[in-house]
Design a protein around this ligand. Structure first.
Ligand code: CMP
Length: 143
């Protein structure tokens, strides 16, 4: 079953949106595989955003994500990678449609509440970067 990495960024955590975001993924029918509230080291932030290393906003990105805790998650389900991106909305919240997470709660492209893997390759890389194998839980619905 497909898995993706989803992170509530510092602005989402501080604005009390963890529950709302988890709820949207639960109600959609996806299964939570792992989750943790954590401080992000500079090393982890730089590795996570390595593809943006040459962008002018790279320093800003790393500073922001290390400034305050994030809520890192792995979600599992059919087409979860692409569908999570649709649920999140466009990267720039001013372009994200109402009804999407960024459209409803985002403020700016830097403070856009949430990150989600953009491809199967990114999902595999990001899950391995943020979680150990032993943290990824597999369970059947019995209720
Ligand atoms: P995210 O999905 O976490 O992946 C890369 C992030 O870079 C993106 O969300 C935005 O928050 C951020 N980003 C993209 N463009 C800009 C920009 N022009 N200025 C600042 N941050 C940006």
């Amino acid at each position: 079953m497909e898995k993706t990495f989803i992170m509530v960024k510092p602005d989402g955590v501080q604005r009390g949106l963890i529950g709302e975001i988890v709820s949207r993924f639960e109600k959609k029918g996806y299964q939570l595989v792992s989750a943790k509230l954590m401080a992000v080291s500079k090393e982890l932030a730089e590795q996570h955003y390595a593809e943006h290393k040459e962008r002018p906003f790279f320093g800003e990105l790393v500073d922001f994500i290390t400034s305050s805790p994030v809520f890192a998650m792995v979600w599992e389900g059919t087409n979860v990678i692409a569908t999570a991106r649709q649920m999140m909305g466009k990267t720039n919240p001013t372009e994200a449609l109402p009804g999407t997470i960024r459209g409803d709660y985002g403020v700016s492209v830097g403070m856009n509440i949430i990150h989600g893997s953009d491809s199967p390759e990114s999902a595999e890389r990001e899950i391995a970067l943020w979680f150990g194998d032993e943290e990824l839980l597999s369970y059947e619905k019995t209720v």
